[in-house]
Design a binder for this molecule. Structure first.
Ligand SMILES: [Zn+2]
Length: 138
């Protein structure tokens, strides 16, 4: 993605790789060596990309569903992040209301970040620092 001059997509792929390495290392001792892979990916993050501004959304969740059995999460026997017959359990939120947005240093998901901001005459991309002029959006 970097060779294609798509740094935002490159960032998302890097973060995906970091998250999957962490999940695999936690899933089973056979994959514990991937902790080293995560640290290597973290070094790439620090060397290749500019420092990021992360955000975290505060939400009120009224209903959560287990991805393995479909029951209300917390009522079944599955745990989010654990593998079951080769499939990771995750929680799907079904009834959620936004509450607030915060700037954080260590987000749960590094893909939640400031990607651009408004400036004189356009929108400045955080990765490339280029300005996309307002009239280019028309
Ligand atoms: Zn379940």
């Amino acid at each position: 993605m970097l060779k294609q001059e798509k740094p935002d997509a490159a960032w998302d792929h890097l973060v995906d790789a970091q998250m999957e390495a962490t999940r695999a290392a936690k899933a089973h001792d056979c994959f514990r060596h991937l902790e080293h892979c995560y640290h290597r990916l973290e070094m790439i993050e620090k060397i290749v990309f500019p420092p990021q501004v992360f955000v975290s959304g505060g939400v009120i969740v009224y209903k959560q569903e287990c991805s393995i059995c479909g029951e209300d999460y917390g009522e079944c026997e599955h745990f989010a992040g654990k593998p079951y017959m080769g499939e990771f359990c995750y929680v799907t939120v079904k009834d959620v209301h936004s509450d607030h947005l915060s700037f954080v240093e260590n987000p749960a998901d590094k893909r939640c970040r400031v990607t651009s901001f408004n400036t004189n005459g356009g929108s400045r991309n955080w990765m490339t620092w280029t300005i996309e002029k307002d009239d280019e959006n028309i």
